[in-house]
Ligand binder design. Sequence first.
Ligand code: PMP
Length: 403
Amino acid sequence: LFEEIGGMPPIEVFELNKLYADDPSPLKVSLGVGAYRTDEGKPWVLPVVKQAERQIVEDPSMNFEYLPVLGLEAFTNAAASMLLGGDSPAIKEKRFLAVQAISGTGALRIAADFLAQVVPNITRIAYISSPTWENHRLLCLKAGFNEVREYRYWDAQKRGLDLNGMLEDLRAAPERAVVIFHACAHNPTGVDPTQEQWRKIVEVVKERRLFPILDSAYQGFASGDLDADAWAVRYFAEQGMEFVCAQSFAKNFGIYNQRAGNLTLVANTANNLANLKSQLTILVRGNYSNPPAHGARIVSTVLNNPQLDAQWREHIKTMSGRLKAMRALLREKVEGLKTPGSWKHITEQIGMFCYTGLTPKQCQFLMEQHHIYLLKSGRINICGITTKNVDHVANAIHQAVTT
Ligand code: PMP
C-alpha cells in the first residue's frame, strides 16, 4: 500500500534553514525563517523568560499532571486580556472564550476546524490575502474547507496595500464565507491597513456577513506597543462583530518551540457560551486531548506578574527597536550604493519582514553567489540583518539588481 504514495513538495522555509545550516561559507546570512536574532545573529532567550522558568521549576507545587482540555485558565485569561484589553466589554460581560492552543498555527487550526465542522450556515470557502503566510491555505483545506480563495492585498507597483482590490474581492465573496486577516505586521509584506482602511474593511465584512478569523502572530512587533498592535482586533470587537482570533506567543516571547498559543472567541451574547465551550472541548479532545504546559506557564507567569510584565514589555521594545534600526541601516546602505529603484519601502514596511520586490531570479543569485538565504518571493526576515553583515547584504542586493 505504502509503495503507491507519491511525494509532496518540500516546505520552503525549512528547506532554506537546512541549506543555510549546510553552507560552510563564513559569509552566509539567513534571512529566511521568521525568528528573532540579536546583532550577533544569535537567537535570544528573553531574560524574563529565564526568570519565569526558574520560578516554575522551583515552585514546590509544580507537577506534570494533565492540563484541562482547553488549557491553563490563568494563561488563556491573561492572553485574552492582552489581546482585547483589560477593560474590554467582551471580557467584562463574559462574552468570550479562550482556548489554549499549540501555538498560533494550532489556534488557527482549531478555529478552522470549528468553523468548517461545527458552526452552521458557514460557507466553506476561506479567503486569504494574496500573498499570505503559506500555511493559511493548507490548514483551511485540512480543516475541511472546500475551497480557499485569495483576496488582493499587495500592490506590487506601489509596494503597498491594494485596498480597492481587497474591498472588491471581499464584496464579491459569498455570504458567510470565512476571511483570514492578519491582525498586525502582515506576513510577508510588512504592510498593514491604516485605521481608516480597517474601518472600510470592517464595513464590507459586515455588509457581506463574512466571518473573520484574525491572526495575531506578532503583537508588539509592529509598533513595540502591545495595545497599539491590537487596535484592529479591538476595533472588530468594538463594532459588535463575532469573530475568533488566534494568538501566537512564539515571536513576542521568543519561545518558538514551546508552542504556546491561544484562540479567543468573541460572541455577541454570553447565552450560548456553555455549548460553544463543550463543542471546542470535543474538537480538542479528538485531536490532541489537552495541551502542553511549559510554554503556557512561562507566558502566564509573566503576564500575571506586573513586574515581570513590565520587564517583558521592555524586551518587546528592544526587539522591535532593533528591527527598525536594521531597516534604516539596510535602506541607507542600499541607497548609498545608488542601487537602481526606490528602497523607501524597506523602512515603510513594519514588523519582522520586508517584501523586497526582488525577483525569484535575483533571490536565486543572492543564494548561489552570495550565500544569502531568502524566500523566492523576495521576503526577508529583517532580524537576519546585523551591523556586521549589512554591507555584504547591501552589496549583494546591488549586484543582483544591476547584473
Ligand atoms: N500566522 C502568521 C502570519 C505567522 O507568520 C506565523 C508564524 N510564522 C503563525 C501564524 C504561527 O506561528 P506559530 O505556530 O509558530 O505560533
